[in-house]
Design a protein around this ligand. Structure first.
Ligand code: ADP
Ligand code: MG
Length: 294
């Protein structure tokens, strides 16, 4: 993909040297870049708002959505498990978001390499993910696209929650009705509101459902809701129909299964919140017996 014109994006090019692509979306590309001042590496998300790739209406929408993304990223500043927005630039045709670089890439790719995670590794990752989500939910921010592709890993394999492209701030009584996210991670109430009339909208609980899907997938290497026909898969989600039936689950202890079963709950109001999930026995360290001296 071509880089934005030098003249137009002078400010960005004055400070950063763009390098290879790290990821790509519909109207954006993420590249590694290096600060000309400090030599420090970053990741820059370059968002096309020119309207050349889509209609003007969509370009306007992309721009508005990107400004919302920037505002939310600024609200989330300072949490160790949320991606840090270092810098941003805007031209008539592009928006540049300069993030801290996550060299180890996506949790998705890590999982593809290792297939499944141990209970211990899952506990570390889930605790960090729940702390990041507790932090944003306390600000009434709903992420709406939690999945291993949007969870990045730093050099120490600590997670950084990223891609706030669908995130939004909820008003006190506000209920959302928009269908957005990724099919396999959609909560039953998101599907319900887009399929039926006279059903309530959704709120923060949709993120907790997605966290249940993620945790299930980390432990057994396969998603809880899957069918080669997407309609069938969506039906399984709406009925919260999943099981711990595959052989991988035989060797997995009860606490993580219990936690998943309290997240993949059809009724949003009966699902654990992030704060409640962090209190679950799965995160209580078994006290190691004192070292014996002979
Ligand atoms: P999109 O809205 O297109 O999904 P993302 O913000 O999720 O955009 O970025 C797309 C991909 O680019 C990510 O899934 C990841 O592979 C890569 N990426 C994004 N931000 C970073 C970063 N800070 N460090 C390393 N890779 C990143
Ligand atoms: Mg993404």
């Amino acid at each position: 993909s071509a880089l934005p014109d030098q003249d137009e994006a002078k400010e960005f090019y004055a400070k950063y040297e763009p390098k290879e692509a790290l990821g790509k979306g519909i109207s954006s590309i993420v590249r590694r870049c290096v600060s000309k001042d400090t030599g420090q590496e970053y990741a820059v998300k370059i968002i096309d708002i020119s309207g050349e790739k889509a209609e003007d209406f969509h370009a306007d929408q992309t721009k508005r959505e990107t400004i919302r993304e920037i505002n939310i990223l600024k609200m989330c500043d300072g949490h160790p498990n949320i991606i840090n927005l270092h810098d941003s630039f805007q031209t008539p045709t592009f928006i540049f978001l300069v993030f801290e670089l996550c060299k180890q890439g996506e949790l998705f790719d890590y999982l593809t390499q290792v297939v499944t995670l141990s209970e211990k590794r899952t506990r570390i990752i889930m605790k960090q993910l729940l702390e990041a989500v507790e932090f944003i939910h306390n600000k009434n921010i709903v992420h709406r696209d939690l999945k291993p592709e949007n969870i990045l890993l730093d050099d120490n394999l600590n997670i950084k929650l990223s891609d706030f492209g669908f995130a939004t701030v909820l008003g006190p009584e506000e209920e959302l009705t928009e269908l957005c996210g990724t099919p396999g991670y959609l909560a039953p109430e998101v599907l319900a509101v887009s399929m039926y009339e006279n059903v309530p909208g959704y709120r923060l609980e949709v993120d907790m459902w997605a966290i249940g899907v993620i945790m299930y997938t980390l432990l057994c290497g396969a998603p809880p809701f899957w069918h080669r026909k997407q309609m069938q898969m969506l039906r399984m989600i709406m009925e919260a129909k999943y099981s711990f039936g595959t052989p991988e689950w035989d060797d997995i202890s009860q606490p993580p299964k219990d936690l998943i079963s309290k997240l993949l709950v059809k009724e949003a109001k009966n699902r654990l919140t992030a704060t409640q999930a962090l209190q679950h026995p799965f995160f209580k360290r078994e006290l190691k017996p004192e070292k014996q001296f002979y």
